[in-house]
Write a protein that binds this ligand. Structure first.
Ligand code: SF4
Ligand code: SF4
Length: 622
């Protein structure tokens, strides 16, 4: 059995060592999950990895939908017919899904519907670090936050129960650390899947025309008031210290650090741990705050709990002193760690921080390194050809809009590809806007998965505006950055012409754009010509740069026994370093005055052997 099948087959009481995301997936299956949908996004990806591996065996439906909004709509529809359903995404995916979510909050659900968001403090793999707890306020939805993998599994079942009992979607929020920490998890039995109702007639149920929506707004508020009155002790934990001077309130990963700091330094601080951040367990909070004249609030990102608790104290006339982000005891930005929490706690309690950094200790232990595209990555060849074509055409100052995916790494030297990178699919919209202001042709990059996700509306807009842009769709046949998930163009990876795959060429031509060519970026000459020709087109010109992701290709070549590596013929190498400075494959470096290829890193793509990269043709098959 595979690793994921072992997780599915684990029996009641068995203890597994799971990632938070794996615990969430197991918990959802234990809860009788019938359907799940997602668009892959780190740090939520492993939930999908597990479902994708076992969904048939588990007798459930799972899909990577075209984007997060569609994923939510698919899961919602299934929930309205009584099936327990789940959608999960990274934090910015919630922005895409939110249009549907705001109305689904009003209509409510039948079968339990859980919307998982994984936030990314410190922007490890994201363009911002928004705190998605605010969505719970905006949409008037319950929000549950686990701290450990065991809680992640157990709380998912509670989320489904609440959703079903109150006919309301429940937001389940993690952060990177919660999704990616590993811990021991005791599993529970897997409940049978159930169907609460078949199709119920009555269009007022799930139709949000104003007449029904205004009634549903009231119902939504009643549901939230009922959930608030629950104050379930499953979501409230109190740890008492010997003295009652100091109390601390926390949730999510903040609690984990707080707990470690209090334990390690033997601090006399009571703790109120909150597992449901909306609606807040107000009675428990007020009781706790009344009991402790000094309260520390520990939470990552925004002062979400703090603002609410301060307002609650004001309302209830409680005058305990609060130490949090709003009075600068903790930072508002980036991921927490033990040092940050320890420093804030010691500052609050007015004691010298036992581990405060000395000047010398501030030096990082690891030298900062620029992230790089993999050896043999086809994007590198596309960037190289575009940079060369722009130079030949005297267009080096052309604005380049890029998008979300591995190719966002093109922003680093030597490619310098990406004057703009904003959000999924935004590259093409931006390409429509720049020529309006600057009357100059632009170059636009978007990946295959991102194109399907939200690039198509931008493309239609570009055609409508006759935007002067060369759009390069980097089709590496997979959603690579998040871990090789399939997308609508790669349902059947082995057969490009399979009817299962949506043809990017057909989609582009369907908009009425005539200038569409498909090129293999490993053929630098062909790519160079295609890009140069595209600059002469009046309006949008599309180049589909198709070559599978190096990781896929590498695995296939090795399996077929075709894997080769390249080497530098030092007799021919002039030491011009163009291969290092302009092409920058990480397998190539300079050793003793000539270029050298590390055979362990070389993927055998052969692009560096072409005269466009090495004018002396000094790179050969080893
Ligand atoms: S481009 Fe060719 S000649 Fe120049 S350093 Fe690299 S291998 Fe040597
Ligand atoms: S063949 Fe050249 S470009 Fe390709 S992976 Fe090897 S060193 Fe890098």
């Amino acid at each position: 059995m595979s690793y994921y099948e072992d997780i599915l087959e684990a029996k009641k009481g068995q203890i597994l060592f799971l990632l938070g995301n794996e615990a969430i997936a197991r918990g959802a299956i234990e809860s009788g999950l019938s359907m799940a949908a997602s668009y892959p996004g780190t740090p939520s990806s492993e939930v999908g990895d597990l479902f994708y591996a076992i969904y048939e065996k588990a007798g459930m439906h799972f899909e990577y939908s075209v984007n997060e909004k569609v994923a939510l709509e698919v899961a919602f529809a299934s929930s309205t017919l009584g099936l327990r359903s789940m959608v999960f995404m990274k934090h910015v995916g919630m922005n895409v899904a939110s249009d549907a979510m705001m109305s689904i909050a009003y209509t409510g659900t039948k079968g339990g519907l859980v919307i998982m968001t994984a936030d990314d403090p410190s922007l490890h793999s994201s363009q911002n670090e928004q705190d998605n707890r605010h969505y719970a306020d905006l949409a008037h939805l319950p929000l549950i936050e686990p701290t450990t993998p065991q809680e992640a599994k157990d709380f998912i079942t509670l989320a489904f129960d609440i959703s079903e009992k109150y006919s309301i979607p429940v937001i389940f929020r993690t952060t990177t650390m919660i999704s990616h920490e590993r811990g021991l998890v005791q599993v529970s039995p897997i409940m049978d899947q159930k169907r609460l109702s078949n199709f119920e007639s009555g269009r007022d149920l799930f139709n949000s025309i104003p007449q029904f929506a205004s009634r549903n707004k009231k119902l939504l508020q009643e549901k939230m008031a009922n959930i608030k009155s629950l104050e379930s002790d499953r979501f409230v934990g109190v740890e008492r210290a010997e003295e009652d001077e100091w109390g601390a309130i926390s949730s999510g990963v903040g609690y984990a650090y707080l707990h470690d700091v209090i334990t390690k330094y033997n601090l006399s601080i009571s703790v109120l741990k909150i597992g449901m951040s909306n609606p807040l367990p107000e009675k428990s909070i007020i009781k706790f705050v009344r009991e402790h004249p000094r309260i520390i609030i520990v939470e990552e990102l925004d002062p979400y709990l703090e603002e609410k608790i301060r307002a609650l104290c004001e309302l209830e006339g409680v005058d305990s002193i609060i130490y949090g982000k709003m009075n600068s005891y903790f930072p508002n930005d980036y991921e927490f760690n033990m040092d940050i929490v320890r420093s804030g706690v010691f500052k609050a309690i007015g004691k010298e921080d036992p581990n405060s950094f000395t000047k010398g200790a501030e030096s990082p232990l690891v030298a900062p390194r620029t992230p790089v595209l993999c050896s043999g990555c086809p994007h590198r060849a596309s960037f190289f050809a575009v940079r060369r074509a722009l130079k030949l055409a005297g267009m080096e100052d052309a604005k380049i809009s890029s998008d979300i995916g591995c190719y966002s790494l093109g922003a680093y030297e030597p490619y310098d590809i990406g004057d703009y990178m904003i959000s999924m699919g935004s590259s093409i919209g931006i390409a429509s806007g720049i020529p309006v202001a600057a009357s100059k042709r632009t170059v636009t990059f978007i990946g295959d998965s991102t194109f399907f996700h939200s690039g198509i509306p931008g493309l239609i807009n570009a055609k409508m505006n006759n935007a002067q842009t060369t759009l390069i769709i980097l089709d590496n046949r997979i959603t690579a950055m998040t871990g090789q998930q399939p997308n609508p163009g790669s349902r059947d990876l082995d057969n490009l012409d399979s009817k299962q795959n949506i043809s990017i060429e057909s989609v582009v031509r369907g908009t009425g754009i005539d200038s569409v060519v498909t090129v293999d970026p490993f053929n630098l000459g062909e790519m160079l010509h295609a890009v140069t020709d595209s600059f002469k087109v009046d309006g949008p010109a599309v180049i589909i740069s198709r070559r599978e992701c190096a990781i896929l290709r590498d695995a296939k070549e090795k399996k077929a026994g075709r894997h080769v590596v390249y080497t530098v013929n030092t007799e021919k190498c002039s030491g011009c370093y163009k291969c290092v400075e302009d092409f920058a494959c990480p397998a190539i470096s300079i050793v003793g005055g000539t270029a050298s290829i590390d055979p362990d890193q070389c993927d055998g793509c052969g692009v560096c052997s072409q005269r466009y990269v090495c004018p002396f043709q000094a790179i050969e098959v080893a």
